[in-house]
Design a protein around this ligand. Structure first.
Ligand code: SAH
Length: 266
């Protein structure tokens, strides 16, 4: 069956985006191939799309003819506050628009989608959550690291290095003490501090660590090192946001895969 036929069969089963409704959706880590079918369908139905900086322009372009609102960061600064974004969503829904709120990754993972959902519900605005693949998991897989490996870890910690919103900092030492791998979203600016805390919490400096920038996109860059070296390396190599940092023994799978792939090539 062709892709077109398959998609048209699936389309008949997909929900309709009604006027006055908001769909809170995730666009995945970057590569349009990681979009879910529901999100593609939403892009073709929305008459207004409110999107963040992490959403690929090629993805937004699917919403041909829709009015577009960019609400991400420009030059490192938010162009609009979270309260204004929420107010905009409510206003658009009340005006009877078919609203797609599109975020990078999954809307409910470090994306403030939860707050938007609650605000919409409070106003009695019907909304639907459309999951996206969170970058923390997709990015690791994409660079040859399985977030869980039997025998190595029984949990994986998704942590944010962004502290401004929380008002207080994560207890990195306590996370280190679990011995479980940690995937750090954001936090590039304070990576040296975070890795220092993880070592102070008992993780050896030679714990494998990797940093990945713009995962799944043509701008993807990867660097694997140790916990002790990763922050300095990232700075020296000019890694820029968006980046994820993974710390833990699972990271060594990448080197193993690369060695095997090398051998297979010879
Ligand atoms: N809701 C998103 C996370 C938003 S927070 C999700 O589920 O993925 C923004 C952070 O996500 C970035 O600072 C970075 O740490 C991470 N991120 C998102 N996309 C990424 C990508 N393609 N490559 C590397 N990191 C990414």
């Amino acid at each position: 069956m062709s892709v077109e036929t398959t998609l048209s069969l699936l389309q008949s089963r997909m929900a309709r985006l009604e006027p006055g409704h908001v769909w809170l959706a995730g666009a995945g880590p970057g590569d349009p191939g990681c979009l879910t079918l529901d999100v593609v369908s939403a892009l073709t139905q929305a008459d207004v799309v409110v999107y963040d900086a992490l959403v690929d322009p090629a993805v937004v372009a699917i919403a041909e003819g829709a009015e577009l609102f960019f609400v991400g960061k420009r030059g490192g600064k938010l162009s609009i506050t979270q309260a204004e974004i929420t107010a905009r969503l409510i206003e658009l829904a009340k005006a009877g628009r078919k609203v797609l709120r599109l975020k990078g990754g999954d809307p409910y993972v470090f994306g403030r989608g939860g707050e938007e959902a609650i605000a919409l519900a409070r106003e009695g605005i019907p909304f639907r959550y459309l999951p996206g693949i969170t970058s923390g998991l997709a990015a690791l897989g994409n660079i040859g690291i399985a977030p869980t490996m039997r025998g190595l870890n029984k949990a994986v910690i998704l942590a944010t290095g962004q502290t401004a919103d929380l008002g207080d900092e994560l207890d990195w030492r306590a996370l280190a003490a679990t011995g479980q791998p940690i995937v750090i979203y954001m936090g590039l600016k304070i990576l040296a501090h975070i890795t220092g805390e993880l070592m102070a919490g008992g993780l050896p400096a030679d714990t494998p660590a990797a940093i990945v920038m713009a995962a799944t996109t043509p701008r993807q860059r990867v660097h694997a090192a140790t916990l002790g070296a990763i922050a300095g390396d990232a700075e020296r190599l000019g890694f820029e946001s968006p980046v994820l940092t993974a710390v833990g023994r699972i990271v060594s799978m990448r080197a193993e895969l690369l060695a095997l792939a090398d051998r297979a090539l010879k």
